[in-house]
Design a binder for this molecule. Structure first.
Ligand SMILES: [Zn+2]
Length: 487
């Protein structure tokens, strides 16, 4: 009973907390105290300084750090003189002007410089509540929206000015003039509105559903076919939902693809030597035809750019670099490399375990080994790929790949090995000990292997060509009729 009353009281006490915090912050703003994080070029001074027993206590006031005035002045002058922001970013980094302590990156970026130049505090005016939070009840969270100009709080702080007003206006005008899109769309009209920032990754232009050819959409946790959800705002033909409802985990997809590609490239390491030799031979042949064919002159012109000839050592370096890139965090910067290495698309193809009802995805794609060579080379070979001499080469340069986008259960992964070992005369217990598996798993693996052999299957996973009956663990997304209910 006591706990219940305490809970009611806590709720009453906490119901106005947000307003109380906002009120305190606004009072601080009106009193001329610091609100928000500290800006570059200022120091924050507490009202009650620290003693040897107590830390410093707020409210705090900002003071101009005159040490940085020349640097800030110079940065405004450079922008006003139409220097590109990256030059200014370099200048600020070299001058040592520290960014806000809350900054995520230590280095000055172009965006930082523009925001820094745009900030009116450097001409002695401070703004507060330029954006505010608005509750979105449909999402159950708040989003930041721009405040109408007449509701933005302003205060004149001439003692904080690092540059005169005319210079600030000159530099800001220079940024305005750089902007060629005068009617930039904001908010809901913006073309990227509603698309999460983390939905675009390294394979966002490569990864597609094999059933309906829609994009495999990336959530923070998983990928899914963009057509498989019941959301009405997705554009799809005839309002047909895709039955491919697999949601492979983002992490597994990235790990497995990266490992498979790196493995395939390393396995092909010897073939790069042959590729290099072939290109050298082709070049010599071109020299013979030089005077005859005008079309070849174009190629020769490209040749005069002098394509560097990678030695086997160079190739090893390139491979090591690619390996480090792919096995790293697989961020969006890997995208261009993957688009060069992969011919066409990565298709997410549904497969079914032969003795279960669950559906999993495997990736089908073609790896193009020439993508690894310096840019001009693939073009050189591609233009002359019709010649018989290099037909063979053209075939070896593409490697078809099939990659699991899930983790195989141990009993399936070990099935062939265990079955062969037991057929070879070992007991299941001994096999389990040698493979470091639990005995139950080895037992199941043996039975799986046996069933596979009886059914004449090479692989435990079989491609699913048409819509299955409702596969295990796939439930309707809503109360509305489902693709699986329609049939
Ligand atoms: Zn689909």
């Amino acid at each position: 009973m006591g706990g219940h009353i305490a809970a009611i009281k806590a709720e009453m006490d906490n119901s106005e907390t947000r307003q109380r915090i906002m009120r305190a912050l606004e009072a601080r703003w009106r009193g001329g105290y610091a609100v928000g994080s500290i800006k570059p070029g200022y120091t924050r001074v507490p009202t009650t300084p620290a003693t040897d027993r107590e830390p410093a206590r707020g409210p705090f006031r900002d003071q101009k750090n005159a040490k940085w005035t020349t640097v800030i002045w110079r940065a405004h002058e450079m922008i006003a003189a139409k220097d590109p922001p990256w030059v200014v970013a370099k200048y600020l980094a070299e001058s040592g002007l520290p960014k806000s302590p809350r900054a995520r990156l230590k280095e000055w970026t172009v965006e930082n410089v523009i925001r820094f130049i745009r900030d009116p505090i450097y001409r002695g005016e401070e703004l507060y509540k330029v954006r505010h939070n608005e509750k979105k009840f449909r999402l159950g969270k708040s989003v930041q929206v721009p405040t109408p100009p007449d509701q933005i709080l302003r205060r004149q702080m001439p003692h904080l000015a690092h540059v005169p007003r005319w210079l600030w206006e000159a530099s800001n005008r220079a940024i305005d003039e750089r902007n060629t899109n005068k009617n930039a769309k904001n908010g809901k009209e913006h073309q990227l509105h509603g698309i999460p920032l983390d939905s675009r990754g390294a394979i966002s232009q490569l990864f597609f559903c094999s059933i309906c050819r829609a994009k495999m959409y990336r959530n923070p946790e998983c990928y899914h076919c963009a057509n498989s959800r019941s959301q009405p705002n997705l554009k799809r033909q005839g309002d047909q939902r895709c039955w491919n409802r697999c949601t492979p985990s983002t992490r597994t997809v990235h790990e497995n693809l990266a490992n498979a590609i790196v493995g395939a490239l390393l396995a092909q390491e010897g073939c790069f030597g042959a590729l290099c030799a072939e290109v050298v031979r082709l070049r010599v042949r071109q020299a013979e035809h030089e005077q005859v064919q005008a079309e070849i002159e174009r190629l020769v012109a490209q040749n005069q750019v002098d394509v560097p000839l990678p030695t086997p050592d160079d190739m090893r370096l390139i491979l090591r670099d690619v390996k480090a890139k792919l096995l790293g965090d697989f961020g969006r910067e890997v995208g261009p490399l993957l688009r060069r290495l992969i011919d066409g698309k990565i298709l997410a193809v549904p497969y079914k375990l032969f003795d279960r009802n669950s559906v999993h995805l495997l990736a089908h794609f073609t790896l193009n080994l020439l993508g690894l060579l310096p840019d001009q080379w693939p073009q050189l070979l591609g233009d002359r790929a019709t010649q018989e001499e290099i037909t063979e080469l053209a075939e070896t340069r593409s490697v078809p790949m099939v990659v699991d986008l899930f983790k195989r259960p141990p009993r399936v992964a070990n099935a062939p090995t265990v079955y062969t070992m037991v057929q070879g005369g070992l007991t299941i217990r001994e096999t389990a000990r040698r493979l470091g598996l639990p005995e139950t798993t080895a037992n199941r693996a043996y039975r799986t292997g046996k069933a596979m052999t009886e059914q004449g299957l090479e692989d435990a996973y079989v491609m699913v060509e048409s819509m299955p009956k409702r596969p295990g663990r796939w439930r309707p997304h809503s109360n509305r009729p489902d693709v699986f209910d329609v049939t």
